[in-house]
Design a protein around this ligand. Structure first.
Ligand code: ARG
Ligand code: ZN
Length: 874
């Protein structure tokens, strides 16, 4: 059933203290809770007619006993219902003791308390705590937690939130540890870990001089993979002090790596739990991309300590309050640590590829949704990435200093509270006397706005006018859209490539504030017809349309001072070229050589003073997924044909330039994950992929040599991927086998080995993907393996997944059905590619819809999968 934001009511009861006792056993863990319950003075109900019932959420729990103020509660005073427990106590304040039994061993949903490789761990956000014990499992109930864990001595490490306050052994020789978290928190931030773990330790001295112990726990075999995460953590702690004035607040901060995890990581107070793939890395086993992802996620979870934990969400409709803000914070951190332009390009690519598609699909929702069936389905690109763009726009509109005043006020005003997106915006306004009234529409209007731009130059009066027209297409349940406040950063280029002054103060960039459906802005003193550089740095999450000529795009690629727009000009040229080729392909015409794009790439390749990472990004064609999102109707075959044609034509035309650049960049030096070295490797490996795309023996020999040198995983896996994609089938098979032979003991490497195969357009046929499913290292119960094999095929292997016979869709449907019984969150995420069927040509649309219907009819679906499938079919 559907839950609505408009129905929000404050909780009837508060829990001032929560004391938990866990007696751990794989199939019979006893959980005893002692809750200090108090009637909420701010609750809406009038108590004249008697106190309301106390509702406690609970799922898959075996209730053993309930006592109030020390006396067992008689059966007529409580009722077990679907999803929880209702109690009538008739006291405004009491001590409630509940004992339940749970079975972590059979918990495959990876929500609540479960086992991963024999280690106990928890995931409570959003509603997992109710799978541990009966509790008001909602973020506006904040409590001070004390947790005692009792476990056999084979689990020497027993962790929970806060500070360790007691430890010992029980009479029967088991270990007992008590943790106390002095900060009141909602149940979703609770965590527990128990296992035979090793750790690395470090310290951090905060700005006020306090020493914080930092510990990173992992299984013994991974202890050599912790250094990068630890460095990232210390950098994050320093950055949050310097940029936001936020100091860490406990004496200890712990991170634990677990192999079975639904998402990237979780910000539990003082005890972050991470997907192993998002925290463990060494130069030999992890690529640059993994190193950077780890840095970003460690920062993200750490930053949640303020944006999420100290100030939390009132209800789950406000999820973007913490996630959008925290993604913005981690993106700025990564930009400060690495190349700002490249980070922005990566984020915008994700937004354009996946978030725009979400906005245009059946699950489209605003940054602050007004209804949902299953909250787990709303950990989306819209909440996270578009939410971050909304915060970024506030930053752009107010300016950095004013934004900081706003965030200071927000943290000060709401510390220890559960608040709303509205509270965030009000703090930004109040701190700066600003008006964000119209801007608020970004929070409740779904869909991607389209911005059409025209320009007019008046030589006589030396004026230049830009006219903007905005409109947002209708989305499910939202027909009418109102004009948004859109900040558009603009610069102008003169004929010689110089940036023109836009006003008397000689500024070279200006932000126009669009607030109406159609609006013009005129600049004076413009003495030549300029070329506009629009939406610099992607200043708003919109689709900007301006009728650039190819020559103008090539000019922007060469001269724009905004690095992001330089790349974007290249993307526009590529997308346009690819679209024309799709049309030619559909018409059965001979495909025309992409000459403008070749010229552009050639110039970019010759630009040796440009950041190599930026060059690599410019030389990377938009993915098939991004092309699909851009067009109006998806013709999978035409997309693949156009893209393969452009790529191989460019590879052939610029072969010698790729080779020169490859050799120049191919230096022997010790691996370092610095921005500079990462940039160098990324361009080198981009060149290598193009070289191998020619199919030339020399090129494949080069890849083979790089593979064999085995200097670091970035270079090894790039070489292997090129061999798999462009080498002869037998060669690919052999290299993959020897690689597996070497790395089979390493979970993270095996995961990427799986992904490399299933996402390969030439190698990852459905037959091979099926073989991977029966490979001994594959586990349907492990989300990383599922994402690598099934996700790699359905989400990153456009060519094979969209095979004409529809077998890819049927395969995915089968896997989704199988997974739903084990792990609903993963099943409902994996079904995403099938939800966009309306955008495909009739034949594919029918096939995809058929696969969806088969899922719908396969039996009783989890609430997660049901929501996505039913919304996609209507
Ligand atoms: N709060 C976590 C993060 O963004 C993600 C938790 C995801 N939980 C879920 N049920 N999907 O860092
Ligand atoms: Zn988060």
């Amino acid at each position: 059933h559907t839950i609505y934001l408009k129905d929000y009511q404050a909780p009837d009861y508060l829990i001032d203290r929560t004391e938990l006792l866990f007696d751990l056993k794989p199939n019979a863990t006893l959980v005893t809770s002692r809750l200090l319950v108090r009637r909420n003075p701010d609750a809406v109900k009038d108590d004249e007619a008697g106190l309301p019932a106390l509702w406690l959420d609970g799922i898959d729990l075996e209730l053993l006993s309930i006592a109030v103020d020390g006396a067992l509660l008689p059966a007529q005073r409580f009722r077990e219902e679907a999803g929880g427990l209702s109690l009538t106590v008739d006291k405004p304040e009491f001590l409630l003791e509940i004992q339940t039994r749970i079975a972590p061993e059979s918990n495959t949903s990876l929500e609540g308390l479960y086992l991963s490789n024999g280690m106990y761990c928890t995931q409570c956000e959003a509603e997992g705590f109710r799978k541990i014990t009966f509790y008001p499992d909602r973020p506006d109930v904040m409590s001070v937690f004390t947790t005692t864990i009792v476990a056999p001595a084979t689990y020497p490490v027993l962790l929970s939130n806060g500070n360790k306050v007691d430890s010992g052994t029980t009479e029967d020789g088991r270990l007992r540890v008590t943790w106390e978290d002095p900060f009141a928190k909602p149940s979703y931030l609770f965590a527990l870990v128990a296992g035979d773990l090793q750790y690395v330790e470090d310290t951090f001295t905060t700005c006020s001089g306090r020493n914080v112990k930092l510990q990173l726990f992992t299984e013994a075999r991974n202890i050599g993979k912790c250094a990068h995460a630890m460095t990232s953590l210390k950098r994050s702690m320093r950055w949050d002090e310097e940029v936001y004035g936020r100091e860490y607040d406990l004496d200890i901060f712990m991170i634990v790596a677990v192999d079975h995890f639904n998402m990237g990581a979780m910000e539990n107070k003082g005890l972050n739990i991470f997907n192993s793939a998002c925290v463990l890395a060494s130069p030999e086993t992890a690529t640059d991309t993994a190193f950077q992802r780890i840095e970003a996620i460690v920062a993200h979870e750490y930053f949640h300590n303020w944006s999420g934990n100290r100030v939390t969400c009132r209800d789950w409709f406000q999820l973007s309050l913490k996630e959008g803000f925290t993604v913005f914070r981690d993106a700025e951190f990564s930009a400060d640590m690495n190349s700002r332009a490249v980070k922005r390009i990566e984020d915008v690519t994700l937004l354009r590829t996946a978030q725009f598609a979400e906005d245009a699909g059946p699950m489209s929702h605003p940054v602050r949704p007004d209804s949902y069936m299953e909250i787990s389905n709303f950990y989306t690109l819209t909440i996270y990435e578009k939410g971050a763009e909304v915060v970024r726009m506030i930053h752009t509109i107010l300016g950095a200093e004013a934004f900081r005043r706003g965030s200071d006020l927000y943290f000060e005003r709401h510390d220890g509270c559960a608040v709303t997106c509205e509270d965030f915006v009000v703090a930004m306004e109040d701190a700066n006397n600003a008006d964000l009234k119209q801007f608020r529409r970004w929070y409740d209007q779904a869909g991607t706005p389209v911005l059409d731009v025209q320009d007019e130059y008046d030589a006589e009066n030396a004026t230049y006018t830009l006219t903007f027209h905005q409109h947002t297409p209708a989305t499910p349940g939202q027909e009418e859209k109102l004009p948004l406040h859109i900040p558009v950063a603009v610069g102008l280029l003169g004929a010689n490539g110089d940036a023109l002054a836009l006003d008397e103060s000689d500024s070279k960039e200006k932000v126009f504030h669009l607030t109406e459906a159609t609006q013009s802005f005129t600049l004076h003193g413009i003495n030549e017809r300029p070329l506009p550089s629009l939406l610099r740095g992607f200043s708003a999450p919109v689709k900007l349309r301006f009728d650039y000529s190819n020559t103008q795009l090539l000019f922007l690629m060469q001269h724009d001072t905004d690095a992001f727009n330089r790349w974007d000009a290249c993307q526009r040229l590529a997308l346009r070229t690819l679209e024309q080729l799709q049309t030619q392909y559909r018409a059965g015409d001979v495909l025309e050589s992409p000459t403008a794009l070749i010229d552009g790439f050639s110039a970019v390749l010759g630009h040796t003073e440009l950041d190599p990472a930026l060059v690599a990004k410019m030389l990377t064609l938009p993915s098939a997924q991004e092309m699909a999102e851009q067009g109006s109707e998806i013709d999978a075959e035409a997309i693949v044909a156009a893209r393969e044609f452009v790529r191989s034509t460019i590879a052939g035309a610029l072969k010698s330039r790729f080779l020169t650049r490859y050799h120049a960049l191919d230096e022997r030096k010790a691996y370092q994950p610095t921005a500079e070295d990462i940039a160098q490797r990324s361009l080198k490996n981009t060149c290598l992929a193009y070289l191998c795309n020619t199919g030339d023996e020399d090129a494949l020999t080069l890849a083979q040599a790089q593979f064999e040198r085995g200097e670091n995983m970035t270079d090894v896996s790039a070489a292997l991927a090129a061999l798999v994609e462009y080498g002869a089938e037998g060669v690919a098979e052999e290299r993959l086998a020897s690689f597996y032979q070497q790395w089979q003991h390493d979970t993270q490497v095996v995961e990427s080995w799986f992904g490399m195969q299933s996402s390969s357009a030439s190698f990852g046929s459905l037959g091979r993907v099926r073989q991977l499913l029966s490979h001994p290292a594959f586990e349907l119960k492990n989300p990383n393996k599922v994402r690598a094999v099934i996700g790699g095929f359905a989400m990153r292997n456009f060519k094979q997944f969209h095979r004409e016979d529809g077998s890819g869709y049927e395969f995915l449907a089968d896997q989704v059905i199988a997974l739903d019984g084990l792990n609903p969150q993963i099943a409902s995420r994996l079904v995403t590619p099938l939800t966009r069927w309306k955008k495909y040509r009739a034949r594919e649309a029918e096939q995809i819809q058929g696969a969806l219907k088969r899922i719908a009819d396969s039996g009783e679906l989890s609430p997660d999968l049901y929501e996505v499938v039913s919304k996609s079919l209507t």
